[in-house]
Design a protein around this ligand. Structure first.
Ligand SMILES: [Zn+2]
Ligand SMILES: [Zn+2]
Length: 236
């Protein structure tokens, strides 16, 4: 407790949307800023969990054509402009404390679904060690640890390793993404004794990364792989 107070004074908590300093002990986001975020609502794609633009469909165009390695993905927020800024600072500008707001939101909006998955562990999408060294932290690990604590699910942060540094995915097509990720991940140790897991990441884009990890886990004997992210883009 004392430690928390001292830390809060040294590193005042900031709003994930506008980055201004928040009052001590208050909410994790400004009231006005919380209105700028949009929750993912129904209708959602039954596979990737992204918000569908029209009613009457079960799957997004993407999931109609691609066979994903995971059972189901869910995300709390739509990746709009406000969320884009928040994720950028969270990943690249050292705003590690945003993990508290993100994990709390994931638990608040996705908690029931996540519990329903019955997973034994959360698995953060790993960073390659060179990138981890440069960035200083893995945002997916921060999210997993906070979420795991809130939900009482253990975190397996060393199970999946990123063994190949891959080119940034942003500008690549789906095919190029999959090729780029081939053999990028590896399981550490021998044997996975888990049957259901949830992969945790900051954003769901095409699902290529989580597909790759899902395949790896399922080959190792994990029966069901789920995915939980802070946000997701809307499919075209
Ligand atoms: Zn704000
Ligand atoms: Zn989909």
């Amino acid at each position: 407790m004392i430690k928390d107070i001292v830390l809060d004074m040294l590193f005042p908590r900031r709003c994930p949307v506008c980055d201004s300093v928040l009052p001590f002990g208050g909410d994790l986001i400004c009231e006005d800023c919380s209105k700028k975020l949009r929750n993912v609502r129904e209708p959602r794609c039954r596979k990737c969990g992204r918000m569908l633009t029209g009613a009457g469909k079960e799957y997004c165009p993407d999931c109609e054509n691609v066979r994903h390695g995971f059972e189901r993905a869910v995300s709390a927020f739509v990746y709009n402009d406000a969320m884009q800024d928040a994720i950028f600072r969270f990943k690249y500008q050292g705003r590690q404390e945003y993990a508290d707001f993100f994990a709390e939101s994931m638990s608040k909006y996705l908690g029931r679904e996540l519990r329903g998955f019955g997973a034994e562990a959360l698995i953060p999408v790993p960073l390659h060690k060179d990138r981890l060294k440069k960035r200083g932290y893995n945002q997916a690990v921060l999210l997993s640890e906070r979420l795991g604590k809130i939900m009482g699910i253990r975190v397996e942060k060393d199970l999946v390793k990123r063994v190949r540094a891959t080119a940034p995915q942003k500008t690549l097509t789906r095919e190029e993404r999959r090729k780029n990720l081939k053999k990028a991940f590896k399981l550490s140790g021998n044997g996975v004794k888990l049957t259901k897991v949830i992969i945790v990441d900051d954003i769901y884009t095409t699902g290529s990364t989580v597909d790759e990890i899902s395949d790896l886990l399922r080959v190792a004997g994990v029966r069901s792989v789920y995915v939980a992210t802070v946000c997701s883009g809307t499919p075209l």
